[in-house]
Design a protein around this ligand. Structure first.
Ligand SMILES: [Fe+2]
Ligand SMILES: [Fe+2]
Length: 369
């Protein structure tokens, strides 16, 4: 039996290869064929097909074959259409999927068709509950006669391609990716759409503040895994939030009453994002503007940047930060509230004057009836 390992592979990472090897062994597969997705119905791909294949070739070094059939589809590619072609080509096949995909199997296009074509090999991820996966497998077996094999030996680690792309965009090392793949990424300028913004912000900040900024981008994207805001909003909101931290230059449009205070850089940064970086998206501008003060009725992006700013993993290291982080990654609303309360208390303790928007925020979210 041949295992079919489909994915965007944007980019392929070390964990993909570890999983392929381990599944091959556990289920005594003849081979595992990597199947980079063409136009996947749900994913917004950032690297073109040919370069994702090139990265895969560099990652696999011939250890596993790559099937490029999905590139021949001009329409969107669905598993129920591609798998029959692969069965014709390879004979006995099994389709590798993650635990999360199994739980969402009902929402796939024609799961009943897929169930007839070949067995599924499920690789549980991180904290996936095996009992829950088994229950789902039994249900699909009953409904559609699906043959579902759940791996008992392999656990996929939660490696996020979005996070890898963000690291590349920030010019950070990404240890999840093999050096050979990183070379292809660099040589072809992949994931560098925001290089101009990144370089400019970096040049405006001191080293530690830049590190903090990278941390905020990564924490923001991690929080966003449960929320699903557009990548660009999260990336740019976080990237630009402190861009005016180290300057005396004050932009037009910055409120007079912020001058000389700790909240100035947020308002000044929003104006800089608008005037110098050409950001027109008001949600991004607001998230930058209110990242220090908060405000009443915050948008999700407001809360996300505020919270990521406080819990990021690269420079934030105050007592209790780990608990805040854990809550924030799980539930932004709760995480935001904890972060805001902590800041508010600290302002009171230190006798720092409280800006009126912070008071609005407190009255909106914290005041007990
Ligand atoms: Fe800030
Ligand atoms: Fe910050």
């Amino acid at each position: 039996m041949i295992g079919i390992f489909g994915g965007a592979f944007d980019p392929p990472h070390k964990e993909h290869i570890r999983i392929a090897q381990a599944v091959k062994e556990e289920f005594s597969l003849e081979n595992v064929v990597f199947l980079p997705s063409g136009n996947a119905p749900h994913k917004c791909l950032q690297a073109p097909f040919s370069l994702r294949v090139k990265m895969l070739q560099s990652a696999l070094q011939g250890a596993f074959p790559i099937d490029q059939v999905e590139n021949t589809f001009t329409e969107k590619t669905y598993s129920y259409k591609v798998l029959p072609l692969l069965r014709e080509k390879y004979g006995d096949i099994a389709f590798l999927i993650g635990g999360d995909s199994l739980l969402a199997f009902e929402k796939w296009c024609h799961p009943e068709e897929i169930s007839k074509i070949c067995p599924l090999i499920v690789v549980p991820r991180g904290e996936d509950d095996l009992a829950r996966l088994s229950a789902a497998a039994e249900k699909y077996a009953r409904l559609w006669g699906a043959k579902i094999l759940i791996s008992q030996k392999v656990r996929g680690e939660a490696v996020s391609s979005t996070m890898i792309r963000a690291k590349c965009a920030l010019g950070m090392p990404a240890e999840e990716v093999a050096d050979e793949v990183m070379n292809v990424i660099k040589q072809n300028g992949l994931y560098s759409e925001y290089a101009d913004y990144v370089n400019r912000v970096k040049s405006m900040l001191r080293e530690t503040r830049w590190r903090h900024t990278c941390g905020v981008v990564l924490a923001g994207l991690k929080i966003n895994e449960k929320i699903g805001l557009p990548f660009e909003k999260v990336f740019l909101g976080c990237l630009l939030h402190d861009c005016m931290k180290h300057t005396d230059r004050i932009n037009d449009g910055v409120p007079q009453d912020t001058r000389g205070t700790k909240v100035l850089h947020a308002f000044n940064g929003a104006e800089e994002a608008r005037l110098a970086f050409g950001i027109t998206d008001t949600e991004i501008l607001d998230a930058i503007r209110y990242h220090t003060t908060g405000r009443a009725n915050m948008t999700t992006l407001d809360k996300l940047v505020y919270t990521a700013d406080m819990v990021e993993e690269l420079t934030r290291d105050f007592p209790g930060v780990e608990e805040l982080r854990a809550v924030a990654y799980e539930d932004l609303d709760k995480g935001f509230l904890l972060c805001f309360e902590k800041c508010y208390e600290s302002l009171l303790e230190r006798g720092i004057p409280i800006y009126y928007l912070t008071l609005d925020c407190y009255n909106c979210y914290c005041k007990k009836e």
